[in-house]
Design a binder for this molecule. Structure first.
Ligand code: SF4
Length: 84
């Protein structure tokens, strides 16, 4: 099982915790958190809520632990991920 997709649901309170834990994946903006283009197959930079596009394989492999830590540390539990 590996994390293949990560996205941000509505309700981010821009606390910066996820970017501190895993800056390679999370980029906190003025009003939400984005999944960085560099780690996405589709190269988009947004919450990935609508598309739920996959992570690049290398990112999914190397950053899995940090992504899970970030999700657990989110105070409003809006970081969601999918494992396949
Ligand atoms: S940890 Fe959660 S609430 Fe905080 S910036 Fe990240 S997604 Fe938003």
């Amino acid at each position: 099982m590996a994390i293949t997709k990560v996205w941000i649901e509505d309700g981010c309170i821009v606390c910066n915790a996820c970017e501190t834990t895993c800056p390679e994946v999370f980029n906190v903006t003025e009003d939400t958190c984005h999944i960085r283009a560099e780690v996405r197959e589709d190269g988009a930079k947004d919450t990935n809520l609508a598309a739920k596009g996959p992570l690049k394989a290398i990112a999914a492999k190397d950053l899995e632990i940090q992504i899970e830590e970030a999700a657990q540390g989110c105070p409003v539990e809006v970081i969601k991920f999918e494992k396949t």
